[in-house]
Write a protein of this length. Structure first.
Length: 357
């Protein structure tokens, strides 16, 4: 912008200088013509009447370069056509050829540098206006471009806080329950629940951040119903604690998928169904016709939030803790194996997750 402003200023300065010079030359020629005409006609016209006031000061000089009449006080070098000073310039002309004793005409410009100062002011003003607009636009765009980074940073900060909290709870439960040498059944149950919770956290975190998914896995068909039956044993203690009834209707279903991936998918859905359920509620798990349906009568999800629940770090509710990565893992697994999934939910009535294999 500075370079453009300088180039524009230099161009306008040269243009206006040439324009002013041409105009002054025309004025000098006009005065010279008057002098010659008066001399040749024999009229006796006062020499001061041959000059006229405009934007210029005039002076007339004889052949000895002595001023005959005029307001210019500068000492002039008549060998130069243009004499430049700090705040003005003077044009000299010798086209009178000695008529009426006038050999030289000098014209002093009074407006050129004033106009240049106005031009500088206008350029600086326009520069500042454009710079301010660009600065505002740049600030807005920078803020717009940095917003995703800022959002991710806030999500990361929240994630770290949630991780600390989520790990602290089961670890504290284990420490408190193992203070005595002889453990009661209640203490053992607490330790099992806490250990299971830590195991779930570990699996989710390693899957999300540490596992290399680019490695090819030799997939083979597994029995989904057997995996579900095995995994439900880990949830019995958690379900019993909240007095939640686990209802199953499973038929033999085989699907080519990595067992660990299916386990993560299933565990995350069932874990949420129990975690966000109410006391004495139920979780129905149905596996028929290559379709897995997990239904609960828990707190449900608002309609406007359903589209966001699979986004990483997103949590539809602050109840029961969590990181907001479980359903994102489920979505990634479904996309990886082309599993069609659907969610239906009503607030305070429950949710239904269905998966077509």
């Amino acid at each position: 912008m500075i370079l453009v402003a300088l180039l524009y200023y230099q161009n306008e300065k040269k243009l206006y200088f040439d324009l002013t010079k041409t105009k002054m030359q025309n004025v000098a020629s006009n005065i010279s013509s008057r002098i010659i005409l008066v001399h040749m006609s024999g009229k006796k016209t006062p020499i001061e009447d041959l000059l006229f006031e405009d934007d210029y000061n005039f002076s007339l000089y004889d052949s000895n370069k002595t001023k005959i009449y005029g307001k210019i006080q500068d000492k002039l070098d008549f060998s130069k056509k243009i004499i430049e000073k700090d705040k003005y310039f003077i044009l000299t002309d010798n086209s009178t050829y000695g008529h009426l004793g006038v050999s030289y005409i000098a014209i002093k410009d009074n407006s050129f540098y004033k106009t240049l100062n106005e031009l500088k002011t206008n350029i600086i003003l326009i520069f500042l206006i454009i710079y301010s607009i660009l600065a505002l636009v740049g600030f807005y765009l920078a803020k717009l471009f940095l917003k995703p980074i800022k959002d991710e940073r806030e999500k990361l900060n929240t994630f770290i806080k949630d991780t600390t909290h989520e790990l602290n709870t089961p670890i504290s439960a284990i420490l408190m329950s193992s203070e005595t040498e002889e453990l009661s059944n209640k203490q053992v149950t607490r330790i099992k629940l806490a250990a299971q919770k830590i195991s779930e956290i570990y699996k989710d975190l390693t899957y999300t951040f540490l596992e290399e998914r680019d490695e090819e896995i030799d997939l083979k068909e597994i029995s989904l119903n057997q995996v579900i039956t095995q995994q439900l044993k880990y949830f019995e203690v958690l379900a019993e604690k909240k007095k939640i009834k686990l209802i199953t209707d499973l038929e033999d279903t085989k699907f080519k998928i990595d067992e660990n991936d299916f386990t993560r998918l299933f565990n995350n859905i069932v874990s949420n169904a129990i975690k966000y359920n109410k006391k004495s509620g139920f979780v129905e798990i149905t596996l028929k016709n290559k379709k897995l349906i997990i239904k609960d009568n828990g707190i449900g999800i608002e309609d406007k939030k359903i589209k966001d629940i699979f986004n990483r770090y997103y949590r539809a509710t602050k109840d029961s803790g969590g990181f907001g990565i479980g359903l994102n893992i489920v979505q990634n697994i479904c996309l990886k194996y082309n599993i069609k999934f659907n969610v239906q939910s009503k607030l305070k009535e429950g949710s239904t997750f269905s998966f077509d294999f």
